[in-house]
Design a protein around this ligand. Structure first.
Ligand SMILES: [Zn+2]
Ligand SMILES: [Zn+2]
Length: 288
């Protein structure tokens, strides 16, 4: 019995993973093989504004094939009062037409923004040709890092942060703001699809007072465990999460770049079970 219990303790879930369906470098089977080798017991793919992976790789089929738990997930980029706020959605209704349309509108916005940035870059003398534009248009969740990569490949810069500092950050000549959802819209859409909205990596926020507002709009969890969170942040977020009776989630935010480690900040499987067992009262999302 004791042996069984200790084995259960080791079983963990990484609930924040990006794949080639947004800006990750690895495919779903590659990540699943790696996770199975590591002994992870649960995964959630949380691509930026995209649930395409769930259309191609049905979570129930993945569960059968790999013997792990898969939570249907997404990470929605939002903006509120000068801050970029990422909202994770778990157990979302990925087959619901309006929910897919909701996310597609974010994708279209990304494409329009990418085209505007390329236009500004060309005006500044950086030569991006039709092939580059065509390649960018094929990327499902195209973002500024993809454009920066092209500029690095062409030899204009050697590092991504240089491209952002000189061209792509707010106030720089090729910055284009993106029209995004508010975090409240993202929470409402996730809830209405039957999913669980969770605030991603709050440690990256300048102003944490937004958390109280998000909870008033029925946020259900906080990503307490994330690679950018120092121990002090984890402790204070955990205290806050417990005091508000929310779920404490975690994950590696794996993209497959540099120091990314799949399984880092993974959480106990009871978090996955709690998410799966939380019933969403759809009227909740109307409460303000
Ligand atoms: Zn994020
Ligand atoms: Zn992420």
């Amino acid at each position: 019995m004791l042996l069984f219990e200790s084995k259960v303790c080791k079983m963990k879930a990484d609930l924040h993973i990006h794949t080639v369906f947004s800006d990750g470098l690895y495919t779903i089977p590659e990540i699943c093989d790696l996770a199975a080798e590591m002994g992870l017991a649960g995964l959630a793919f949380t691509d930026h504004d995209s649930i395409d992976s769930l259309i191609y790789y049905n979570p129930q089929e993945l569960e059968k094939r790999y013997g792990m738990n898969f939570l249907p997930g997404v990470e929605i980029g939002t903006h509120w009062k000068g801050q970029d706020i990422h909202i994770l959605g778990y157990n979302i209704g990925y087959n619901i037409g309006w929910f897919r349309d909701f996310l597609s509108s974010a994708q279209e916005e990304r494409q329009k923004r990418s085209e505007k940035i390329v236009h500004l870059l060309n005006q500044q003398g950086y030569e991006l040709n039709d092939d580059d534009v065509e390649n960018l248009a094929k990327i499902p969740s195209v973002g500024r890092p993809h454009i920066a990569e092209i500029l690095i490949e062409k030899g204009y810069f050697s590092r991504m942060d240089q491209v952002f500092d000189i061209l792509l950050n707010p106030g720089k000549p090729c910055y284009v703001p993106r029209k995004t959802f508010t975090p409240f819209e993202a929470i409402e859409a996730i809830l209405n699809s039957g999913g669980i909205p969770v605030l991603a990596h709050p440690g990256l926020l300048k102003d944490l007072s937004i958390m109280d507002d998000l909870i008033k709009h029925n946020l259900k969890g906080i990503e307490v465990y994330h690679p950018v969170h120092p121990k002090k942040t984890v402790y204070s977020l955990l205290k806050y999460t417990v005091s508000k009776d929310l779920l404490a989630t975690g994950g590696s935010d794996f993209h497959g770049h540099g120091n990314d480690e799949l399984g880092k900040c993974a959480v106990a499987m009871d978090v996955v079970h709690k998410i799966k067992n939380t019933k969403i009262n759809l009227r909740e999302s109307c409460k303000t």
